[in-house]
Design a protein around this ligand. Structure first.
Ligand SMILES: CC(C)(COP(=O)(O)OP(=O)(O)OC[C@H]1O[C@@H](n2cnc3c(N)ncnc32)[C@H](O)[C@@H]1OP(=O)(O)O)[C@@H](O)C(=O)NCCC(=O)NCCS
Length: 234
């Protein structure tokens, strides 16, 4: 799909931060608003966009329509550098009283319960993906009006090219296994599923069914001219 000419893709700027955090929150449940599940914008945006906007802004891209940011790709070149999710969550639990706050207490107590039960059954998901074959990762979210216009594909294409340019061997991402549209999109831009889905502690559908996380990966090969791999004898 070719990029809609009415959409501009550009590097992230510090002034985009509030808008990116809003988009993170209103697309937070598989592209839908997450407030029915997690009604605290600050903690949600910190967990799912904070590191990427605040510590690695050079790896972020935004998409603009009519001069307004309507989507982003947040990248990370070396996943070992990302803030520890447990530590970050612990900080919010204390500072924002999330275990007693009406909009977050439910999901967090359920998360704790799931972690205990999944731990006993040895079905806990890994805490972070650290595999030298795909050290980089990405998050991508577009507002509904920006979808289906080639924007996602172009954002991913540019991010993967950046990674190739600096010789990164591969990229991964995690998405909800139930987000079948996103999985189809990622497959169309070259990712493949890696391993079976794992449980997503605390997360449920509106009907109460458990959600799962699917790891997807894409090995990258640096190419400087078509048909010739970097490092090949000329
Ligand atoms: C998933 C998302 C990033 C895709 O971006 P997009 O701009 O809508 O996708 P594009 O228009 O670039 O489409 C690229 C290809 O993916 C396919 N695709 C995109 N969305 C799809 C969907 N929901 N179902 C099936 N295929 C889809 C397109 O058909 C297209 O295929 P083609 O190249 O063969 O024509 C975007 O829809 C989105 O932000 N969704 C909500 C948030 C989300 O789910 N994020 C991912 C969570 S990790």
């Amino acid at each position: 799909m070719t990029l809609d000419p009415d959409v501009t893709i550009r590097p992230y700027r510090a002034s985009d931060r509030p808008r990116v955090r809003d988009i993170c929150f209103v697309t937070g449940y598989m592209g839908e608003p997450v407030d029915w599940l997690w009604r605290d914008r600050e903690s949600f945006a910190d967990l799912f966009s904070g590191y990427w906007t605040d510590r690695e802004p050079e790896s972020a891209l935004v998409a603009e329509t009519c001069g307004v940011v309507a989507g982003y790709l947040l990248g990370c070149v070396d996943s070992r550098k990302v803030w520890n999710m447990g530590t970050l969550m612990g900080r919010h639990l204390v500072r924002r009283g999330m275990l007693v706050r009406p909009g977050t207490a439910g999901v967090l107590w359920r998360m704790i319960g799931d972690i205990v039960v999944d731990g006993i059954r040895r079905k806990l998901p890994p805490l972070g993906v650290h595999d030298p074959r795909w050290p980089a990762h990405l998050h991508i979210d577009l507002l509904p009006e920006c979808r289906g216009r080639g924007v996602g594909a172009e954002l991913v294409r540019r991010w993967l090219q950046t990674l190739r340019d600096v010789g990164v061997p591969g990229c991964h991402l995690e998405t909800m296994a139930e987000n079948t549209g996103a999985i189809a999109f990622f497959e169309s831009v070259g990712f493949r599923r890696q391993g079976p889905p794992s449980n997503a502690p605390g997360f449920r559908s509106q009907e109460g069914a458990r959600n799962h996380v699917q790891l997807m990966v894409q090995p990258l090969t640096a190419v400087d001219t078509p048909g010739r791999l970097l490092g090949d004898e000329v």
